[in-house]
Design a protein around this ligand. Structure first.
Ligand code: HPA
Ligand code: ZN
Length: 332
């Protein structure tokens, strides 16, 4: 089997994808038109030219602007459904998707409108495509902890539809410790916990995510490598890192894919996984990310299989489901 055939054949779980980051320009134009919302681009080519980022913030500014055209429940459904079709193409059989309620509620869109559209797409993905999914609600870290607490309150009536809470947006200057209390409340309410840490921020933010937020996974975490004691802890606890290679390249976290540390993290015994983050903005979905690192870092068949196995190990699936998919990978 060629390397590309193996990547395609591997069943995979995606654990780090922002649903608002799967918004392809074609769908953005279509929804903007039907909602009669103006967007600052004339053509798809113009949009793609704007997707030239030099850091996280330069991306976030454009990403939040794009989300402004999403208004009705059907818009959120269409957004998620388009992503599920990409999952099917890439043999992503399970996905745990982030959504950013505050991006929408600050514009006057009801929490339920967002959630109902996403949940309906998740239900259809299960019945029509056989793809399982979960939703993780992220707090925007550039906003206050009070705002996050209010968002948590809004989510409580829908607890059964949201598996966990996370933390995203502008990392530097907004450390995990800013949100210690709201995450304690979320844990108390029974949510699982993840947080973006160590993407642009230092290893110290990863320590805080572990010790103060008590995360079940770290999103990104690539800067953990700067702290050998942290690396030992992550390896010993098998704390998953949801790494996003094309994202890291596009946001200049690495200058060249050949410099990406995912292979070294794997060699040091960390439970690293491959993910697409914001695939409509960063140039590729799950398999594109696998291909990019396989080529740049000369990954072996065993390493590719290990990354796919980790995606299930690190997922919030039950043990029987994890075992089913991992056995399929071993049988390839
Ligand atoms: N980092 C932080 N916030 C985000 C990202 C990211 O990679 N993508 C969408 N929101
Ligand atoms: Zn992310």
């Amino acid at each position: 089997m060629s390397q590309l055939d193996l990547i395609r054949a591997l069943p995979k779980a995606e654990l780090h994808v922002h649903i608002e980051g799967t918004f392809e320009p074609e769908l953005m134009f279509a929804i903007a038109k039907r909602n009669q919302v103006a967007i600052p681009y004339q053509t798809i080519e113009e949009v793609k030219q704007a997707y030239n980022f030099h850091n996280l913030q330069s991306f976030l500014d454009i990403y939040y602007a794009g989300a402004n055209v999403l208004i009705h429940e059907q818009d959120f459904y269409d957004l998620a459904w388009a992503y599920f079709e990409k999952c099917q193409q890439d043999n992503v059989v399970h996905t745990e998707m982030f959504f950013d309620p505050q991006t929408h509620t600050v514009r006057g869109i009801a929490f339920e409108t967002v959630l109902n559209g996403l949940v309906r797409a998740c239900d259809d993905a299960k019945t029509k495509l056989g793809i399982s999914s979960e939703l993780i609600m992220c707090f925007l870290r550039h906003l206050s902890e009070e705002d996050a607490i209010e968002t948590l309150q809004q989510a409580l009536p829908f607890k059964d539809k949201i598996i966990g809470v996370g933390l995203d947006s502008s990392e530097v200057g907004h450390p995990p410790e800013k949100f210690e209390r709201v995450f304690a409340q979320a844990r108390e309410a029974g949510f699982l916990i993840v947080a973006h840490a160590g993407e642009e921020g230092p290893a110290e933010y990863v320590w805080q995510a572990l010790d103060l937020l008590k995360v079940n996974r770290i999103d990104h975490g690539v800067r953990s490598e700067e702290d050998p004691v942290l690396m030992q802890r992550l390896a010993k606890e098998r704390m998953p890192l949801t790494v996003c290679p094309l994202s890291n390249l596009k946001l200049c976290v690495v200058d060249d894919m050949r410099d990406h540390n995912i292979k070294r993290l794997l060699e040091q015994g960390l439970c690293v996984t491959v993910n697409s983050d914001d695939p409509a903005y960063f140039g590729g979905y799950m398999n594109d990310n696998f291909v990019a690192i396989a080529d740049a870092l000369n990954l072996t068949e065993d390493e590719l299989k290990k990354l796919a196995i980790h995606s299930f190990e690190a997922s919030f699936l039950n043990d029987a489901e994890k075992e089913k998919w991992i056995n399929q990978i071993h049988a390839l």
